[in-house]
Ligand binder design. Structure first.
Ligand code: PEP
Ligand code: MN
Length: 340
């Protein structure tokens, strides 16, 4: 970290900072410029860095303390990690090829799952999705089928060969889901549930980490760092829209942060235009924009009968609309040098 002293700092105040660094066992390097004196702290320990920076910033005449390394070193590009694609079944994320995850918002019954899975597979999706544990805004809304839903997803995989991802909302669900699913999803409401992040960090299955609906890019990557630092580097980031002043759409799709995250980390970054817009008519244009902007894949809600869906019907594509979208996605992907 770098400690920037205020212009009026006295020699005693500078020595006070150096003494503090010495006490902590850190080295230091003082640069005396014309207007400013800056002190570089050397050898800061990861576990206490943030607290030490905060403590130093309270000293008289310390103007600010600037970290040098990013606080998410495992997922950052800083440590020079070339992207290694994360795989869910045979689908690879962050190679040249895009991978598409599709399926209903919630697991409702066997027939619904089978119809949805067959349709999305035929259209070119390579990973199936469906929630068994559903984070609903109202406690009176359909809460998902729970364990029974996971078993239906397993049956659907046996019937279609499509791997599936499904959300875990609680640490108590992680073991079961990690055993049966091909990938675990952390939903937007749980992005900052640090105990849950640590728990999914202990399994080897890939984790889709959705961005919190009011999380900054930094907070999102620091959440990913929780998973990585617990041992699991198989993380796929998913931008799914954030809360803004705009109320015409369910959320606001933040494509800039998708592009930023791809630049900042070696992790794959996918986009979920379904939860971002909340309206099926807006899903295709936003899906295509995401692909044009470099997303490594998409997550799209598809329901065989949106008019009968128990959750998120208005944003679900019919199989027919999904098929048409996939044809367009292929063309846009090719136009930007990617493939599907
Ligand atoms: C979902 O994918 O079903 C879901 C609940 O998404 P989010 O956490 O982004 O709202
Ligand atoms: Mn949904």
């Amino acid at each position: 970290m770098i400690i920037v002293m205020a212009p009026a700092a006295t020699e005693d105040q500078i020595q006070e900072v150096i003494a503090r660094l010495d006490q902590r066992g850190y080295g230091h390097h003082v640069s005396r410029g014309v207007e400013r004196i800056v002190i570089g702290a050397i050898g800061a320990h990861e576990s206490e860095k943030e607290a030490v920076a905060e403590q130093l910033s309270t000293l008289p005449m310390v103007e600010r303390v600037v970290p040098i390394l990013r606080p998410y070193k495992l997922v950052s590009h800083e440590v020079d990690r070339t992207p290694v694609p994360v795989r869910i079944g045979d689908a690879a994320f962050r190679g040249n090829e895009l991978s598409i995850i599709a399926g209903p918002c919630a697991v409702e019954n066997r027939e619904q799952l089978l119809q949805a899975a067959k349709a999305v597979k035929e259209a070119g999706a390579t990973v199936f999705r469906g929630g068994a544990f559903k984070p609903r805004t109202s406690p009176y809304s359909f809460q998902g089928l729970g364990e029974e839903g996971i078993d239906l997803l397993v049956e659907t995989r046996e019937a279609t060969g499509l791997p599936f991802v499904t959300e875990v909302m609680d640490v108590r669900q992680v073991e079961l889901v990690a055993e049966k699913a091909d990938g675990l999803q952390i939903g937007t409401r749980n992005m900052a549930n640090f105990d849950l992040l640590k728990e999914v960090g202990k399994v080897s299955k890939p984790v889709i980490l959705k961005r919190g609906l009011a999380a900054t890019g930094q907070e999102w990557l620091r959440a990913a760092e929780y998973i990585a630092s617990s041992g699991n580097l198989n993380i796929i980031l998913c931008e799914r829209g954030i809360r803004t002043f705009e109320t015409e759409t369910r959320n606001t799709l933040d494509l800039s942060i998708m592009a930023w995250a791809r630049q900042e980390t070696h992790l794959p970054v996918i986009v979920d235009p379904s939860h971002a817009t909340g309206q099926h008519q807006l899903v295709p244009p936003m899906a295509l924009a995401a692909v044009a902007a470099g997303a490594d894949g998409l997550m799209i809600e598809v329901h065989p009968h949106p008019d009968r869906a128990l959750s998120d019907g208005p944003q679900s594509l019919t199989p027919k609309k999904f098929k048409r979208l996939m044809e367009d996605v292929r063309r846009v992907a090719e136009a930007v040098g990617r493939s599907l």
